[in-house]
Write a protein that binds this ligand. Structure first.
Ligand code: NDP
Length: 328
């Protein structure tokens, strides 16, 4: 069983030397256990936080253990009556080829109408994240203007499409012309601003002439500063992520008084603390994907050994859509 361990903690940017690829023999299966061959591994920005020593909302990833992460795969051996060989399952086995479980933390998946990998993205944790921030914090009304950063990504792409379906004008913010073109032409957003052009303030004014009522924040930093200045009175901000600061960069707010002046609501959230909405959100997202009414895109890295490089790329915007690793 090939595995990737976290062997040291990054100082600033993540480096390949923080990881180690090892091979460990698989122990024989015990009664009640299930063995899963992982087909896809999910790479997510939150993993950067877990690599630090300090505890934030979750405990750190221990050193010299398999890197954590969500996986989808197929049962290849079972001594558990609830699982048969061939069952497709979602698990949390981390960066390794095989996972062994007592069955408790597995979820059976139906890949008849939804591709297996989509359960790591649009019909998985990132999709529910988009659903929660939009429906529970921003609560958009038809005719309002909504903006979302990291708009071409796993979370951002879903936020914008759900908001469009609710009758909002939707503005994306993304890095580069290709991502912006995709967000408008494929995902159907009304406009997309390339924040790397360094003209955020004016571009936002042009894209949102009536101001912004709801903002779904994934990045922080200068993008958040520009957006605060564009928010309408009583606007709502779902603070989902601040990826621009995940390597420890300082994240000062330029004009926090705008929160008061514009009477804004800003609420941070962690999707795993709202398990009560997951069934409803997943059912809705799964239905939309099966009917091809919700689009998504994946960046696929091939083979377990490619995971560290792909993860470093994710933190620098080299991914284009949900970053996954294909194992078989
Ligand atoms: P994405 O698929 O959007 O990939 C990350 C993207 O972030 C990159 O492609 C890049 O897009 C952008 N990015 C990276 N560095 C910077 C930077 N310095 N400034 C601006 N943008 C940057 O990832 P996800 O959709 O999985 O996650 C999006 C956000 O949601 C993250 O902040 C993540 O931590 C957060 N999240 C929060 C959850 C919660 O429970 N609160 C749950 C899940 C995700 P570009 O090229 O456009 O810059």
């Amino acid at each position: 069983n090939h595995q990737i361990l976290l062997v040291s903690r990054p100082e600033g940017e993540v480096e390949a030397a923080n990881f180690k690829l090892v091979e460990t023999p698989l122990a024989p299966l015990q009664d009640g256990e299930v063995r899963v061959r992982n087909h896809f591994l999910s790479l997510d920005p939150y993993m950067r936080g877990r690599m630090n020593e300090s505890k934030s909302y979750a405990s750190p990833q221990p050193l010299n253990e398999v890197m954590i992460g969500a996986t989808v795969g197929r049962v290849v051996e079972s001594k558990n009556t609830r699982y048969q060989v061939g069952d497709k399952v979602a698990g949390f086995f981390g960066w390794q080829e095989f996972g062994t479980s007592d069955g408790s933390a597995l979820r059976k998946l139906d890949d008849t109408h939804i591709p297996l990998s989509a359960y790591l993205g649009v019909v998985g944790m990132p999709g529910v994240t988009a659903w929660y921030g939009l429906n529970r914090i921003i609560v958009p009304k038809a005719g309002e203007t909504l903006a979302v950063s990291a708009a071409s990504g796993a979370v951002g792409g879903v936020v914008g499409q759900l908001a469009k379906a609710k009758g909002c004008r939707v503005i994306g913010i993304a890095g580069g012309a290709d991502k912006c073109r995709y967000v408008v032409e494929e995902l159907g957003f009304d406009a997309c601003i390339d924040y790397k052009q360094d003209n955020l303030h004016d571009d936002l004014k042009a894209a949102a002439p009536k101001g912004v009522d709801g903002y779904f924040e994934n990045v922080g930093g200068p993008v958040l500063d520009a957006m605060l200045a564009r928010m309408n009175a009583f606007g709502r901000i779902a603070l989902c992520g601040m990826i621009a600061g995940y390597n420890g960069q300082p994240m000062p707010l330029k004009s926090p008084q705008l929160l008061l002046v514009s009477r804004l609501k800003l609420e941070g959230f962690i999707v795993s603390e709202h398990m009560e909405v997951w069934p409803e959100a997943l059912a809705e997202l799964g239905g939309l994907v099966a009917q091809k009414r919700l689009k998504y895109r994946e960046s696929v890295a091939e083979g377990l050994a490619s995971a560290p490089e792909a993860f470093m790329g994710l933190l620098k915007g080299r991914n284009f859509g949900k970053q996954i690793v294909k194992l078989v």
